[in-house]
Design a binder for this molecule. Structure first.
Ligand code: CTP
Ligand code: MG
Length: 212
């Protein structure tokens, strides 16, 4: 089965304070690490970049300009995956995802799932909250045994991912759009090290933990 990867790197990094995906992490950009990991499963890697991008492609095969939302950026990349049976979508801002993790989500789809995502059990206690004029307060403790937090890379059958995006929906991940179609998305074990660089301190934590 042929596999294409869409690495989305068209965000502004507002919480980080700039386009974190092009910051340096051990002599390479964050996005280049993500492209390299995607390359372990994909014959074609499509990198989706901001309009003002002036880099060298980060090692990708195809570079396209994204949109104002993550879902729009995925659609821009997906338009260049026409020959693939399986598409794996990955956040450029997750440079630590391993080749093993890419392999696991792709394998689950080749074995028959519509989609596959990495998930982690929640170790903290989870509360539902509400706010009034004075404070934020707890309304309920939520059972966490049926909850996971999910990461990228997320793999899908290409035809199903295209249908999921066909009505230009918006969601923070692609699995949500496939779920909305009634697709079966399986969860494989995620990696605690596969953090998404989001806040300013996150990159420094990675820099101190990477030795290669
Ligand atoms: N992304 C994208 N196009 C967008 C928004 C996000 O390609 N319009 C990408 C980001 O570059 C990132 C991934 O989607 O690799 C996950 O998004 P997030 O961590 O939210 O990054 P940003 O949107 O850049 O950050 P922020 O929300 O803080 O502005
Ligand atoms: Mg964002």
């Amino acid at each position: 089965m042929s596999v294409a990867a869409v690495v989305v790197a068209a965000g502004q990094g507002e919480r980080f304070g700039g386009p974190k995906q092009f910051a340096l992490l051990n002599h390479d950009t964050v996005a280049a690490h993500s492209v390299h990991a995607a390359r372990s499963v994909a014959q074609r890697v499509v990198l989706v970049v901001p309009m003002n991008y002036d880099g060298n492609g980060e090692g990708a095969d195809v570079v396209v300009v994204g949109g104002t939302t993550r879902a729009q950026s995925v659609r821009a990349g997906l338009a260049h995956c026409e020959d693939a049976d399986v598409v794996v979508v990955h956040d450029a801002a997750r440079p630590m995802a391993s080749a093993t993790l890419f392999g696991a989500v792709v394998l689950a789809v080749t074995q028959g799932a519509d989609g596959a995502v990495p998930g982690l059990a929640i170790s903290d206690t989870v509360k539902r909250v509400a706010s009034d004029d004075d404070a934020t307060f707890i309304t309920e403790t939520v059972a966490r045994d049926q909850l996971v937090t999910v990461q990228t890379p997320q793999a899908f059958r290409r035809d199903i991912l295209e249908r999921a995006h066909a009505n230009a929906g918006d969601a923070t991940d692609d699995a949500a759009l496939v779920e909305a179609l009634g697709g079966r998305v399986v969860v494989v074990p995620g990696e605690r090290t596969n953090v998404k660089i989001t806040e300013p301190g996150d990159l420094a934590l990675l820099t101190s933990s990477v030795h290669s």
